[in-house]
Design a protein around this ligand. Structure first.
Ligand code: SF4
Length: 251
């Protein structure tokens, strides 16, 4: 087994970078050019192969907006369920269509794929460009289909920091709390890229901050597969994931 991956216990798929949102804080840039999306069959094959070698404890699909490709998300989560991965999450902004039938069908599809948890991004930043109504409707559809929904807001500086963005976020998530949805801790916006460009005044100059999502390349716990198939210095469309795992080197 590759020593740099001996602790691998998680798989993440960036399903696509296409997105319905244009959040100012987005770490993924402006989303102005069209992005590919991950191929379902290759993704499924990859999950099966990795689970044959490692004890995978969690899997996540996100984007961009992953539910622009609901069949792909469903195929990945169905496979994860069949392989017994204990924790599987979808991170979504909840806005992939305005059409209520399409929203209902997507919730049904996720139920049938045995998706368990949907983390729904709701906050001042997302709701600058994403209408709340379809998001609320989707949350209700998910709940009706027995899928656990957790509202996952982004906070500026810290959850308890006093600023106009956090005030709007508190009001928005309060609407979901009033309807009985669970509110998660969410995340604190990391001062990088667009976040630094638009909210630089809120971050202290010269303050050293480490990116909480960054892993040591010498001890990878998470296998992250990009929407173009990129993974571990290679690409799953060009090489089998097990070969990429074998060949991986951080240097
Ligand atoms: S919804 Fe997510 S991926 Fe899309 S622009 Fe907003 S932060 Fe970025």
């Amino acid at each position: 087994m590759n020593e740099y991956l001996k602790n691998l216990d998680r798989i993440e798929f960036v399903v696509t970078m296409n997105c319905t949102g244009r959040c100012k804080h987005c770490s993924e840039g402006e989303h102005i050019s069209a992005s590919p999306h991950i191929d379902s069959d290759t993704a499924v094959k990859t999950v099966k192969a990795v689970c044959g070698l490692y004890d995978i404890k969690s899997l996540m699909t996100f984007g961009g907006e992953p539910l622009l490709y609901p069949e792909t998300v469903a195929a990945i989560h169905r496979t994860a369920f069949e392989l017994g991965i204990p924790q599987c999450d979808i991170i979504t902004n909840g806005y992939f269509s305005k059409n209520k039938d399409k929203i209902k069908d997507t919730a049904l599809l996720l139920r049938d794929s045995r998706a368990e948890t949907v983390l729904l991004s709701v906050d001042a930043f997302h709701q600058e460009t994403i209408p709340l109504e379809p998001v609320e409707f989707f949350a209700h559809c998910l709940r009706e289909n027995g899928i656990y929904v957790e509202i996952s807001p982004a906070w500026l500086v810290g959850r308890n920091a006093d600023n106009p963005y956090n005030a709007i976020t508190s009001e928005l998530i309060g609407k979901f709390a009033a309807k009985g949805f669970n509110i998660g801790n969410g995340n604190v916006i990391f001062p990088e890229g667009n976040a630094l460009k638009y909210f630089g005044e809120y971050f202290r100059e010269g303050e050293a901050v480490s990116n909480p999502y960054e892993e040591s390349p010498y001890d990878l716990h998470s296998l992250c597969i990009g929407c173009d198939g990129s993974a571990l210095n290679g690409n799953i469309y060009e090489k089998d994931i097990l070969q990429l795992i074998e060949e991986y080197s951080p240097v």
